[in-house]
Write a protein that binds this ligand. Structure first.
Ligand code: AMP
Ligand code: FES
Ligand code: ZN
Length: 316
């Protein structure tokens, strides 16, 4: 197989584009594609300060590298989730990348910020770790962007991520979530920052190939809480369909965003206001994050009482 651009020996085939590339042409192709996504979706303006959410995994390091190479003024944001055997490595890889390129990086330790690590939060609230984790990440990322005065926050969600999330939302007809599934979420309230997903046309496989070719040292492990998660099943199903019908994955997401999402969004009628506890944007009196944290704190207090009672019982 030959490179579609320079006719050298191809290193990677992209079936949905009916193309193959050698290493250098592939990295150039991917960078061009991300830049085109940024421009066509009006994600970033030249010279705009961007806060990039970086976990240390392949997608977010690939994103940071591309934005850096394209000349955007980036600051990294890493959330240390406090997951034993997993979080330290992601933090190390993120810090190493920032140091190598002399880029600013903000690290937020979730435990220091909230009083709980993600596993402790899951235990206290009896919610699956991924649900409390997702909510905390969105909340803390938005707050960090607002406090740092960043007009935009970029995440490394790739095509596999958004196609799997879309399938999950369709299977349960989660209309509210579907109506918000856009590559760009505008700042629809003064306490919400604009968020963008520049990698929506890049697959997981392409992000890995890019990291290998650019020699980016990324954290390879999956979060231990993801094992058995339905999102992985949905990714697998979408990939099985893609294997027999190349291009379906991209069409599934892109055509949804073009044809259905605007209609769903037009039917949405909710008003955002400020959370009575923290001031961030919410549709309720108190936002979902503050409600979750209150439950976690109550559980901790209850447990404290139980522990004291047990201690006060004299030994038999
Ligand atoms: P995930 O929800 O783990 O698939 O991650 C989606 C995107 O969220 C990543 O590509 C990152 O941009 C961002 N992200 C996930 N985990 C972290 C983290 N611990 N710190 C900073 N950003 C993160
Ligand atoms: Fe959040 Fe795994 S990354 S629970
Ligand atoms: Zn709140």
């Amino acid at each position: 197989m030959k490179c579609s651009t320079c006719q050298a020996k191809a290193a990677i085939e992209i079936r949905r584009h009916n193309a193959a590339f050698c290493g250098p042409c592939f990295t150039a192709h991917l960078e061009r594609q991300v830049q085109r996504t940024i421009e066509s979706e009006r994600m970033l303006d030249p010279g705009e300060r961007v806060l990039v959410a970086v976990s240390g995994g392949k997608d977010s390091l690939c994103l940071w590298e591309i934005l850096r190479r394209q000349g955007y003024e980036t600051t990294g944001l890493h959330l240390d989730l406090g997951i034993d055997g997993y979080s330290p490595e992601g933090r190390k890889k993120t810090e190493a990348y920032a140091e190598l390129h002399g880029l600013p990086l903000q690290v937020i330790e979730v435990r220091q910020e909230t009083g709980f690590t993600i596993p402790e939060l899951a235990d206290r609230t009896r919610r699956p770790p991924c649900s409390g984790c997702g909510l905390s990440k969105r909340y803390l990322m938005n707050r960090a962007a607002l406090e740092g005065g960043f007009p935009v926050l970029a995440t490394g969600h790739n095509l596999d991520d958004v196609a799997a999330i879309l399938l999950g939302n369709v299977l349960r007809w989660q209309v509210e979530q579907l109506s918000r599934m856009t590559p760009v979420r505008p700042a629809s309230h003064p306490r919400l920052v604009k968020t963008v997903k520049p990698l929506i046309r890049v697959t997981e496989r392409e992000a890995v190939a890019y990291c290998l070719l650019r020699v980016l040292d990324y954290h390879e492990d999956e979060c231990p809480n993801a094992a058995g998660a339905t999102l992985l099943l949905y990714k697998d199903i979408v990939n099985q369909i893609e294997a027999v019908s190349a291009g379906t994955k991209q069409a599934f997401y892109q055509e949804f965003v073009k044809k259905l999402q605007p209609r769903l969004a037009a039917g949405e009628t909710f008003t955002l206001r400020e959370c009575e506890v923290c001031g961030q944007a919410t549709t309720r009196e108190v936002c979902a994050y503050c409600r979750m944290m209150e439950r976690a704190r109550q559980k901790t207090v209850q447990r404290g009482r139980v522990t004291r009672t047990v201690l006060e019982v004299p030994p038999a």
